[in-house]
Design a protein around this ligand. Structure first.
Ligand SMILES: Nc1ncnc2c1ncn2[C@@H]1O[C@H](COP(=O)(O)OP(=O)(O)OP(=O)(O)O)[C@@H](O)[C@H]1O
Length: 255
């Protein structure tokens, strides 16, 4: 019997006020997969993530997360947004920011403060940032902040981790550190990560889903300059990697 997909998107179309952003998108992500979502600016990546998170509803098609509608599956999902939803100079400690990831996700009687603190410390340890717990959020470097946002997403021990450009504001070394960390998480959740850097993420992910209103999946070793040029309409850094790993449903072309 095959496993219930972590993400199953079927024949999905979405428009903002009549402007079509996603057209007949299909995407299956199996439990344990590490999938990159790439595409040009305004291609619809963040919109697709918001639909998978249940923050938007499609006009056409279905989405299931671990077999459930997205809102019902919210407790299984950790999310690292593109822009953190709080001002950097807000006087709040790292540990509190991480514990905020548990808001609204607890049992009906709520967690105790002590449980929140312990969970926050565990999540910070998982991303190698225990030493930052007492620091003010505004005093962190870009790379440190990304680790803390990752800890906030991991604090509920999600089965699915969704990240929207987690390394957009960090240098290349910090980018590598974050992706090494993601690849080494134990237990490692299923991961869907948006990135602009197709060459870089190809070294980490099993599969790349290319989105530009329609979606096409490729195993990482099938990516070449011609394909990327076609997708972006421009030349990017070379992309060719041989990676072992599962690639179910790969190389489907949606035209
Ligand atoms: N709330 C909204 N209302 C109307 N249009 C929107 C809204 N959010 C996004 N859009 C539009 O939808 C399109 C897709 O946006 P989206 O943010 O999903 O793309 P993206 O691929 O994530 O882009 P980027 O790589 O630049 O972050 C864009 O043209 C954007 O202007």
């Amino acid at each position: 019997m095959s496993a219930t997909p972590a993400i199953a998107v079927r024949d999905l179309s979405f428009a903002y006020d009549g402007a079509l952003i996603l057209e007949r998108v299909d995407l299956t992500v199996l439990p344990g997969e590490f999938v990159g979502l790439v595409g040009p600016n305004a291609g619809g990546k963040s919109t697709l993530l918001r639909l998978i998170l249940g923050l938007l509803s499609p006009q056409r098609g279905q989405i299931h997360v671990f077999g459930e509608p997205p809102r019902r599956a919210a407790r299984h999902i950790g999310y690292v947004p593109q822009f953190p939803g709080f001002p950097r100079d807000f006087p709040i400690a790292v540990e509190q920011v991480v514990a905020m990831g548990r808001l609204g996700q607890g049992p009906w009687w709520g967690w105790t403060r002590r449980d929140d603190r312990a969970a926050a410390r565990r999540a910070l340890a998982a991303v190698g940032a225990e030493g930052l717990a007492e620091r003010r959020i505004g005093a962190l470097s870009g790379g440190q902040l990304q680790r803390v946002l990752l800890a906030r997403a991991l604090v509920t021990e999600p089965r699915l981790l969704i990240l929207d450009e987690p390394t957009a504001n960090v240098d290349q070394r910090a980018e590598g550190d974050i992706f090494d960390l993601l690849a080494g998480l134990d237990p490692r959740p299923t991961i869907l990560v948006v990135s602009h850097d197709i060459a870089f993420i190809s070294a980490y992910v099993h599969r790349v889903a290319c989105l530009n209103r329609t979606l096409t999946c490729h195993p990482t070793d099938a990516l070449d300059g011609e394909l990327v040029q076609h997708l972006y309409g421009t030349r990017l850094r070379a992309v060719a990697h041989d990676l072992p790993g599962p690639c179910p449903g790969a190389h489907r072309h949606h035209t």
